[in-house]
Design a protein around this ligand. Structure first.
Ligand code: UDP
Length: 240
């Protein structure tokens, strides 16, 4: 298999916490992680370089109640992403994939701190970089971390992997039988029409301002990662 098969050479894959826990009572579903890892391995084999941002929603989202300090809640959420990143690293390494976890909040005994040039060096050596801890600041989301890291590592595209959805629709396909799948959407529409509900507006405006294409794909079938890097006609592409 040669490099001509691929549409993108460097991708930033965003995996939400919920995508990693689907179908189990606990916080992580080994079978899903293993399946994702094997698809990443296939992509690496055809010449794709991967940065990955993992979310933490499977472990912590929201708060105990209105009384909770939102900043503390977000600190907990960011730390949750590190647990997911280490789990993913373990499974990628068990598949023989050289991997580094880099955290936006320093945890030097556990993983490397995020340093942009170091990340580029890892990627250029063929390692997968898992970026954990969001952007390291409260009030942001991991979607924003994904688009920021994508800009920093000069990824060709962000693959925003969704569970329970395979694309953007004009209305909720779970509620409306006549919902239409949209194959191409402009950033402006994501900002104007909150019903599209695919990503937060901070992440959408950052991508628009920095011209980073975002491809919404379904992760219920991890084969979609392989299809996306080959440029197959799936999901929804969000761009200018
Ligand atoms: N978070 C944060 N700063 C960041 C990224 C995430 O404070 O840069 C918090 C976010 O507010 C949430 C938690 O971490 O409470 C988990 O993030 P998110 O909900 O984006 O995870 P996902 O939906 O991707 O699993």
């Amino acid at each position: 298999m040669g490099e001509q098969q691929i549409k993108y050479k460097r991708v930033l894959l965003k995996l939400s916490g919920e995508a990693l826990s689907k179908g189990v009572n606990g916080i992580l579903n080994y079978d899903i992680l293993k399946n994702i890892s094997q698809k990443i391995k296939i992509c690496i084999g055809i010449g794709v370089s991967f940065g990955i941002v993992v979310g933490g929603g499977n472990i912590w989202r929201g708060s105990f109640g209105k009384s909770m300090d939102p900043v503390r809640s977000d600190h907990m959420g960011m730390i949750a992403t590190v647990i997911n990143a280490l789990a993913l690293q373990d499974i990628l390494e068990s598949d023989g994939i050289d991997t580094r976890v880099m955290t936006a909040i320093e945890m030097n005994q556990v993983a490397e701190p995020y340093i942009r040039n170091k990340a580029l060096s890892h990627l250029n050596k063929g390692r997968v970089c898992i970026f954990a801890g969001g952007i390291g600041s409260p009030y942001f989301t991991n979607d924003t971390a994904a688009v920021l890291r994508a800009a920093e590592i000069r990824a060709d595209v962000v693959l925003l992997a969704k569970n329970n959805a395979d694309a953007v629709y004009d209305k909720d396909p779970n509620k409306f039988l006549d919902a239409h799948k949209l194959t191409d959407v402009k950033y402006q529409n994501i900002l104007i029409d909150k019903n599209l509900g695919v990503m937060d507006t901070t992440a959408a405006s950052f991508s628009m301002n920095n011209d980073i294409p975002i491809w919404i794909i379904g992760i219920d079938d991890p084969e979609n990662i392989v299809k996306a890097v080959k440029g197959e006609n799936i999901g929804t592409l969000i761009q200018s």
